[in-house]
Design a protein around this ligand. Structure first.
Ligand code: ATP
Ligand code: MG
Ligand code: MG
Length: 378
């Protein structure tokens, strides 16, 4: 095989590089930071800004195909690269997913269910906005993740202050929903439009950050089928090529699309341990026009994110008790090799696999206790 590249050097890029290396590819990473998780293990690490045309050209000429590991690369950089080599996903898909206004508008235009929302750019008459949006959540259109760039808006009177709180940037105001639960569907779509979807995952968040992902999701089979179908429609409408993560709200038994990640997704990490193929190898296969693999799960799994807080003990840095965690049957520990632990920073995850869902859940609870994490939310 030839060389492949990825824009972005985080843990998602790291697993992409690992998948590519496993299949014998030479690997390139373009990321502005030294010592990124993906840059550390790639054959070539270009330390450059994403809009550095010289670096993009160099990578493009060296690689048979290039993908991205996050949605905030400038869509123009993808267009620039696409003149030099194969790029997937394309800029169209990334453009929609990197801006909540474009994303919500896309969902609305394609008849894909979503939460009621309005665009907030500043200076609008809050009293004129639909009443159903209150209480709501104001979310910056760009660059938010893990619940950052969001503010609560209880009443129309709070809108101006909330907008100032997130920096006055373009945003969407969304109705605050009473969620039954949250699901996500990770799928891969190849250049011919063929798709393979992993089973829907059930997700729990704490303070806007993904805490736990459970496979199989504890919802009726019919709802799982509906979720998969909805995600396939999203991928189709985007014309997406590569791996795609679709976050879904379950509200009064109905599914709504929350947001779309044009790349592998944190909730797809269980696939590293409970499926015959993982979301990163599917990304590679789609990118290179190779056949997509059967995504069936061979085990139940519960994944728990390991955030930087776990390393921080009253201001001091300490290593969690990995030996205790590794003693849990079925526990698979993943650390991303990030140098500095910061509150809320994703440092790694643990997935507990077991033949039965109950055993995986028990194992995850044990794994949490082993490293001193509080019990799962919800
Ligand atoms: P990510 O890290 O997944 O990109 P994000 O910062 O883009 O997250 P969202 O996915 O919009 O943020 O929201 C984070 C979490 O906050 C959701 O998964 C959900 O738990 C909760 N949440 C977001 N919007 C709503 C809503 N309208 N009603 C109820 N809960 C919500
Ligand atoms: Mg997001
Ligand atoms: Mg989200």
């Amino acid at each position: 095989p030839a060389a492949v590249g990825v824009l972005g050097g985080g843990q998602l890029g790291m697993y992409f590089v690992r998948a590519a290396r496993d299949l014998g590819y030479e690997t390139w990473v373009l990321d502005p930071g030294e010592g990124s998780p993906a840059g550390r293990i790639a054959d070539h690490h270009l330390v450059a800004a994403y809009d550095d045309r010289e670096a993009l050209d160099r990578m493009g000429r060296a690689c048979a195909a290039v993908t991205t590991e996050f949605e905030n690369v400038p869509a123009d950089a993808l267009d620039h690269l696409a003149a030099v080599t194969v790029v997937a996903p394309g800029s169209g898909s990334v453009r929609v997913c990197q801006d909540r206004i474009a994303e919500k508008t896309f969902l609305r235009d394609h008849g894909l269910a979503h939460a009621p929302f309005a665009v907030v750019e500043g200076g609008e008459d809050a009293a004129a906005l639909p009443e159903e949006l209150f209480p709501g959540i104001l979310k910056s259109a760009r660059l938010g993740y893990d619940g950052r760039g969001q503010a609560s808006v209880a009443t129309p009177d709070d809108l101006a202050a909330a907008h100032a709180e997130i920096g006055g940037v373009p945003a969407v105001l969304e109705q605050r929903l009473a969620l039954d639960t949250e699901l996500s569907v990770v799928l891969a779509r190849d250049p011919d439009g063929a798709m393979e979807a992993f089973a829907p995952v059930e997700n729990r968040h704490t303070a806007g950050i993904l805490d736990t992902s459970t496979v199989p999701a504890r919802v009726p089979a019919a709802l799982q089928d509906e979720a998969t179908d909805l995600a396939r429609r999203v991928a189709e409408a985007l014309g997406h090529v590569g791996t795609l993560g679709v976050e879904l709200f379950v509200c009064d038994g109905r599914l709504l699309v929350n947001e779309i990640a044009p790349r592998p997704h944190n909730s797809g990490h269980p696939t590293l341990d409970c499926c015959a193929v993982d979301q990163f190898e599917q990304q590679l296969r789609a990118l290179c026009g190779l056949p997509l693999a059967d995504p069936s799960a061979h085990s139940a799994a519960v994944m728990v994110n390991l955030l930087g807080d776990l390393w921080l003990d009253e201001g001091r840095v300490r290593e969690p008790d990995w030996a205790a965690l590794l003693a849990v049957p079925g526990a698979r520990l993943h650390l991303y090799g990030k140098a500095e632990a910061r509150p809320g920073r994703k440092m790694g995850h643990v997935t507990v696999v077991a033949p039965e869902p109950e055993a995986a859940a028990d194992g995850a609870a044990r794994a949490r206790r082993a490293v001193g994490l509080p019990p799962a939310p919800g």
